[in-house]
Design a protein around this ligand. Structure first.
Ligand code: 4AD
Ligand code: MG
Length: 463
């Protein structure tokens, strides 16, 4: 039985069960009983196993168990006399499946380790309360996302990982190649000619599934992608990973405001799901980070987000009664300190910023009638900053072509994307939610390195 099933009351006192897991702690009483805290990760709680002296391997094995040992325990579920738990397992058989070699050096001794220390032991950190809670909450959020879109009639479509296009145009792509660059021929300008490579052209790990999602939205109306994306972003911050998961809905016959509403509804649905399903983990993490996360999520789920234009955001920042490291002027991108000022100090609410200058945004965004801004939006959350980026897409071929020319992009590289505008083009819009930023926000940990099992950051791809 999973410990979560016992916790949910699926088993009664008197039932004989087999429970499998890892020892958290062991304590022996003078009266010839050992109390073992057994954890299987199915929920926050561990199960108290009471092992009596009469077990055949009591002296030889049970009293030598240390933190981390793997056990199979058969026993009877009984009401506990202790205050800590309602039920405990009275062991009839304790089988040690795996011992811990050299317990003194076991890196996950039962004490509070620093979050940085845990990152250096990414293979063992899921055994801790904190990373176990994060893993369960991440799962809860992912399932809630799928449920949300399913209920709204969206199709989940797979977008490719290997691609030839740079969706965001930021040149932050990891190259995919089967060949040694030194050995590839070069053209007259000295550029590597990828014609001999596996795909016959230069290819990369995708930075976003959006362009492919657009193709499916322009046929199946409402779709979303949900998968890993990659960015060779050389920034060592608490918000950037080289490999992260993104949820990208794309909707035909819709505009920027539809997208902003969808984004708000999605974020609220996620908060409600975590509140409903992960209370124990949220309570534990609240103590860990020193903030009432249940109140935080409850508030977010209930409030109307502030919607402002980029131009208004800049005006607010220019009048802020304090200095910023990065200057604020119309045309500059908002940096994280600006985002945090807007959400944490000025509005004290999540903020949707819309209609950014076109020069700081990607080629595919719909150019507004003013000719200088695009129908883009960012959703900013207190404590983390930008959590969602989205836009209405440019569906007019001539405007798209003009934008691509302006940016020096070659139309032939995007021929398939251009065809979507030639054959039954339609206004459409969508956005991307960074899963790790959401998890970092919900868990209160605030660092995306702790929101994904095995983080990839500059000079760190171990494990
Ligand atoms: O704002 P971004 O770059 O938007 C896009 O990629 C669009 N193509 C999405 C779309 O419209 N379909 O990224 C979207 C979100 C960000 O708001 C952020 O939450 C997350 O993805 N993100 C990252 N998360 C972790 N590490 C990084 N390096 C990230 N870059 C973006
Ligand atoms: Mg963005």
């Amino acid at each position: 039985a999973a410990i979560s099933e016992i916790k949910k009351g699926r088993h009664r006192p008197g039932d004989t069960l087999v429970v499998k897991g890892w020892v958290r702690t062991r304590r022996d009483s003078k009266s010839g009983l050992s109390f073992i805290n057994l954890y299987d990760g199915s929920c926050f709680d561990s199960l108290q196993v009471v092992a009596p002296e009469r077990l055949g391997n009591y002296r030889a094995e049970v009293t030598r168990l240390t933190t981390g040992c793997a056990l199979v325990v058969k026993g009877q579920l009984v009401a506990s006399v202790g205050q800590q738990q309602a039920l405990e397992l009275l062991a009839e058989e304790v089988t040690v499946v795996g011992w811990v070699d050299d317990p003194e050096s076991y890196p996950m001794a039962p004490k509070r380790h620093s979050i940085e220390y845990l990152r250096e032991h990414a293979h063992l950190r899921p055994r801790t309360n904190v990373i176990g809670s994060v893993a369960r909450i991440r799962n809860c959020i992912s399932q809630a996302i799928h449920r949300f879109f399913d209920q709204q009639g969206f199709l989940w479509v797979a977008s490719p990982i290997i691609t030839a296009s740079d969706c965001e145009g930021a040149g932050q792509m990891f190259r995919v190649s089967t060949l040694d660059l030194q050995e590839l021929p070069r053209d007259e300008q000295g550029r590597v000619d990828f014609g001999q490579d596996f795909f016959g052209k230069e290819t990369f790990l995708t930075v976003s599934g959006q362009l492919n999602a657009e193709a499916y939205a322009c046929a199946l109306s409402k779709v979303y992608t949900f998968g890993p994306t990659f960015r060779a972003e050389n920034s060592n911050t608490s918000r950037h990973l080289a490999e992260f998961w993104m949820v990208e809905p794309e909707v035909a016959f819709s505009d920027l405001d539809d997208s902003a509403q969808l984004a708000e509804a999605l974020l609220k649905a996620i908060c409600r799901a975590v509140l409903a399903e992960s209370v124990d983990d949220l309570r534990f993490l609240s103590g860990y980070v020193g903030e009432d996360l249940l109140a935080r999520l409850d508030q977010l789920a209930g409030m109307d987000f502030v919607h402002i234009n980029y131009t208004e955001a800049v005006a607010i920042l220019a009048q802020a009664p304090r200095e910023f490291e990065f200057p604020v002027y119309w045309g500059a991108d908002l940096s994280s300190e600006h985002e945090r000022y807007l959400t944490e100090e000025h509005f004290k609410s999540p903020v949707v910023v819309k209609n950014y200058p076109k020069d700081i945004k990607s080629f595919y965004m719909k150019v507004n009638d003013d000719g200088t801004t695009v129908a883009a939006m960012d959703v900013l959350a207190p404590g983390i900053g930008e959590i969602i980026g989205g836009s209405q897409r440019e569906h007019r071929l001539e405007v798209l072509d003009a934008r691509m020319a302006e940016l020096g992009m070659k139309p032939e590289d995007y021929e398939w994307y251009r065809q979507l505008r030639r054959y039954g083009t339609v206004p459409h819009a969508g956005f991307g939610l960074g899963l790790e930023r959401m998890v970092a926000y919900v868990t209160g940990l605030g660092n995306v390195r702790d929101a994904i099992p095995f983080p990839r950051t500059p000079r760190n791809a171990s494990f």
